[in-house]
Structure formats: structure tokens, C-alpha cells
Design a binder for this molecule. Structure first.
Ligand code: ADP
Length: 452
């Protein structure tokens, strides 16, 4: 096991990782921008290094600064959290070149999965079902042909895309040429790579993903699924496990497909394979996230496995204790609390949190870096807290999530709390028959928005 690890992130995920390190008896070194001087992750770490001014491009995203912080403090490994440098192959290489263990997959895997076209190619080779489409970056004529074959509407996606960016819905063939040109220009501007590919737009679709842990010896543990269809602008708001969209047979088919894919691509450490489940009940691969995900606690609560602790153990060379399928029990739901103003189109709303009372009681976990008086800076992600609950059954978990959110008090900034309460109270959520478009449909008739 390592004796000291650098945590190359901020906010709730830096706090989450520092806690796991301390439980393993490992020292944690934090990095921070000048905007985060008083942040909780800095206070909890054993040491902290300032790596630059507030703008992420000049601090948390600056590879030489992060690597130097690890070197000067004598760290043996780096945990990247999610976002920032977590899926940056250049960063993984920089760690390796400086004899720092990267707590994640090898650079070659991060690079291959970061290129969505290459990732899909690898999945096709491994026999994983893909969303119908072009299965590769293609010129206008080939892309149009693939779109016609798949059937409209289609999505144009950037090969180098991510975070919901670089996606464009094309309703019919008449709009294809203009959309293709615009998508390619946009992708070039956003990612420095203009290549795009075509996917059939599945509707209604459900986003269901499989969590895995793989060790260096090629052993694979699948930890079941997370249902992440409650989304706004392709950003998840509520996640749960198990998913009401899967029967036992489909779940096992997905987990064994993922196990096969992990072996085929030489996956290592924690990862998530994202799928869409179509109206036909079949599953289709969309992408791999080579990192810890925001919603990982949902899986931790149903499996009892601490994913971050496992990540650190795997990176230090230990073998998985358990392989195959992780046993699960009960039902878990996560609600993301964003510093956003729902009545102003979910605009990010940074500011000072004047009061903060997290919910307590049985079966409730809160992951956050917020304290009373915390400042939510305008420079970073608006997701500021996660309320995660566990209970024996789905109805009990919904009741517990509702109770917990009702107890949660955040003053000084607007949040998405009441929107989440409305979702939890909706008939769609109660029955479990919802899709990636349900939240947008609900927003039009939400009590919390109508009262304003
Ligand atoms: P990103 O990496 O940018 O987050 P993803 O490929 O993971 O993009 O897709 C994000 C979300 O977009 C999905 O959860 C789903 O809601 C929607 N989506 C992506 N591909 C499709 C598709 N082919 N059909 C319908 N919805 C899709």
C-alpha cells in the first residue's frame, strides 16, 4: 500500500477520496486554487499545495503544476477523482513518467476509450451491441447514408466529445447536411477535433450503466447497474440501483458483456460502461468512463463495497478479493444537489451558503464539501452535494429519499432540491417507468416551479 497519495481534484470528490485514504492509513495531499484556500478538502488533507489561480485551466487542469505538487510532497500515487484530468491520457503519461502510480486505467486504455469511435470499434470487436449508426467517423456522404440506414431522428456526436457536449439531434434527412457542417465546426472548436459520427436517436431511451472493478491480473468484478435516466440537458440529476428497466436476464447479459469487454481491452481499476436501453428492451453500448463516477455511492450502498478504497488497492498492486458478480442487497437512490436556479432555466448560482443542515438518520449518506459559510465559487461544477439513501425496497428508498431531502436545509443560494422532491413525488418515478426525456416533461408541471 502507498504511504502518501496526491488528490488531484476539489469539492466533494476530493473530500470523498481523502476520507478513503485516511481509512486505509494513507496520507492525503490536496491541491487547490486560490479560490479554494478555505475549502474542506484542504482542511481535511495532511498537506495542501496551491497550484494556481481560480481558473481551472491555470490550476486543476495544469498538468505540470499537479505533477510537481506530487513530486515535491513525496507522493507515490495520484487519484484524479472525476472531471479535470481524470480522463486525460497525457496526464496519465506524465504521472507514469514521474514514477507516480495513476489511480485509474493505463494511458493506452484511457486514450482508446476517450476516442468514442475507437471505443465503439473495440466494443464491436468484443461482440457488444452498439447503437445503430456509422460506427466510425465519416465524411458527409457516408454519414448521410448511415443516418438513412439507421432511420431518423439521428444524433451527430463528436468523436472526442464528452459531458453532453458536441451532440446534435437531426430530425430528418433535409436538415442533415447543415447539421453535419455545424456539428463538425462545433466539435473542432470545442475539442480540437472536428470528426463526428452518427447514431440513431433512441426514444424513449433509458441510460443504464454497469460499474466494474478490474485488477492488474485481469480479474473482473461487476457491481451491477445504475439507472441514470433522470437527466436534464444530458446531465444526470437522480440515479438509482437496481434499475426498473432490467430483468434478471438482461442484467446478466449486460454484466457478462462488460466482463468480456474488460478482458478484451485490458481494462484496469474502476470503470463504467454506459448503455442505452431502447424501447425494444435491448441494450446498446454508448461509451466507457475510465474513472470514478459522481454516482458511484449508489453502487457502494447496494454492494457494500467501497469503490475508492478498491481503486487505491488495485493501483498499489493488490488483487481483487472477489470476482464475477458482486452480491447486492436492497435499493439505493442518489440525488444531486446543484447550485442552480431552476426558475431561471437552471442557471448556475454561485454564492455563499449561509446555512447548511444536512439530513441525518438511518440509511442516509451525504457527500459534500459544503459547510455553513462555504463559498460556492463560480469557476467550477455547480454540483455541490449528493444525498444518497439505502433501504430494503424501492418504495421504502423513495420514502427515505423524500424524508432526507425535506430535512436538508441550504440557505443563501438557490438549489435543485425542490425539483428533485417533485421528481421523487411524481407518478413516473413511483412506477419506475421513466426515460431520459421524463425530467423535461415534468419540468412543465412541477409544483416547485409553478409556485414561483
Ligand atoms: P457524453 O459523454 O457527452 O455525456 P453520452 O454519449 O454519454 O455523452 O450521452 C449522454 C446522454 O445523451 C445519454 O445519457 C442519453 O440521455 C443521451 N444519448 C446519447 N446517445 C443517445 C442516442 N443514441 N439516443 C438517444 N439518446 C442518447
Amino acid at each position: 500500500m502507498f504511504s502518501r497519495v496526491l488528490v488531484a481534484n476539489r469539492g466533494e470528490i476530493a473530500v470523498r477520496v481523502i476520507r478513503a485514504l485516511h481509512e486505509l492509513g494513507v496520507e492525503a495531499v490536496a491541491v487547490y486554487s486560490t479560490a479554494d484556500r478555505d475549502a474542506l478538502h484542504v482542511a481535511l488533507a495532511d498537506q495542501a499545495v496551491c497550484i494556481g489561480p481560480p481558473a481551472a485551466a491555470e490550476s486543476y487542469l495544469r498538468i505540470p503544476n499537479v505533477v510537481a505538487a506530487a513530486g515535491t510532497t513525496g507522493c507515490e500515487a495520484v487519484h484524479p477523482g472525476y472531471g479535470f484530468l481524470a480522463e486525460n491520457a497525457e496526464f496519465v503519461r506524465a504521472c507514469e513518467a514521474n514514477e507516480l502510480a495513476f489511480i485509474g486505467p493505463p494511458a493506452a486504455v484511457v486514450e482508446q476509450m476517450g476516442d468514442k469511435v475507437r471505443a465503439k470499434e473495440a466494443m464491436r470487436t468484443a461482440g457488444i451491441p452498439l447503437v445503430p449508426g456509422s460506427h466510425g467517423a465519416s465524411g458527409l456522404a457516408d454519414a448521410r447514408k448511415a443516418a438513412v440506414e439507421a432511420g431518423f431522428p439521428v444524433l451527430l456526436k463528436a468523436s472526442a466529445g464528452g459531458g453532453g457536449k458536441g451532440m446534435r439531434l437531426v430530425p430528418s434527412v433535409d436538415e442533415f447536411e447543415a447539421a453535419y457542417a455545424a456539428a463538425s465546426t462545433e466539435a473542432d472548436a470545442a475539442f480540437g477535433n472536428g470528426s463526428v459520427y452518427v447514431e440513431k436517436a433512441l426514444s424513449p431511451a433509458r441510460h443504464v450503466e454497469i460499474q466494474v472493478l478490474c485488477d492488474g491480473a485481469g480479474n473482473v468484478l461487476t457491481l451491477g447497474e445504475r439507472e441514470c435516466s433522470i437527466q436534464r440537458r444530458h446531465q444526470k440529476l437522480i440515479e438509482e440501483s437496481p434499475s426498473t428497466a432490467l430483468d434478471a436476464e438482461t442484467r446478466e447479459a449486460m454484466e457478462s458483456a462488460v466482463e468480456r469487454a474488460c478482458v478484451a481491452i485490458g481494462y484496469e481499476n474502476a470503470g463504467t460502461f454506459e448503455f442505452l436501453v431502447g424501447p425494444d428492451g435491448r441494450f446498446y453500448f454508448i461509451e466507457v468512463n475510465c474513472r470514478l463516477q459522481v454516482e458511484h455511492p449508489v453502487t457502494e450502498l447496494v454492494t457494500g463495497i467501497d469503490i475508492v478504497r478498491e481503486q487505491v488497492s488495485i493501483a498499489s498492486g493488490e488483487a481483487l478479493q472477489l470476482t464475477g458478480r458482486a452480491p447486492r442487497r436492497g435499493h439505493a437512490i442518489e440525488i444531486r444537489i446543484n447550485a442552480e436556479d431552476p426558475i431561471r432555466g437552471f442557471l448556475p448560482a454561485p454564492g455563499i451558503v449561509s446555512a447548511f443542515v444536512p439530513p441525518l438518520g438511518a440509511g442516509v449518506r451525504v457527500d459534500t464539501a459544503v459547510r455553513e459559510g462555504s463559498e460556492i465559487p463560480p469557476y467550477y461544477d455547480s454540483m455541490i452535494a449528493k444525498v444518497i439513501v439505502w433501504d430494503e425496497t424501492r418504495p421504502l428508498a423513495i420514502a427515505r429519499a423524500t424524508r432526507a431531502l425535506t430535512e436538508l436545509e441550504i440557505e443563501g443560494i438557490p438549489t435543485t432540491r425542490n425539483v428533485a422532491l417533485d421528481v421523487l413525488g411524481s407518478p413516473e418515478f413511483a412506477t419506475g417507468s421513466y426515460s431520459t426525456s421524463t425530467l423535461d416533461e415534468l419540468v412543465g408541471r412541477m409544483p416547485s416551479l409553478a409556485l414561483q
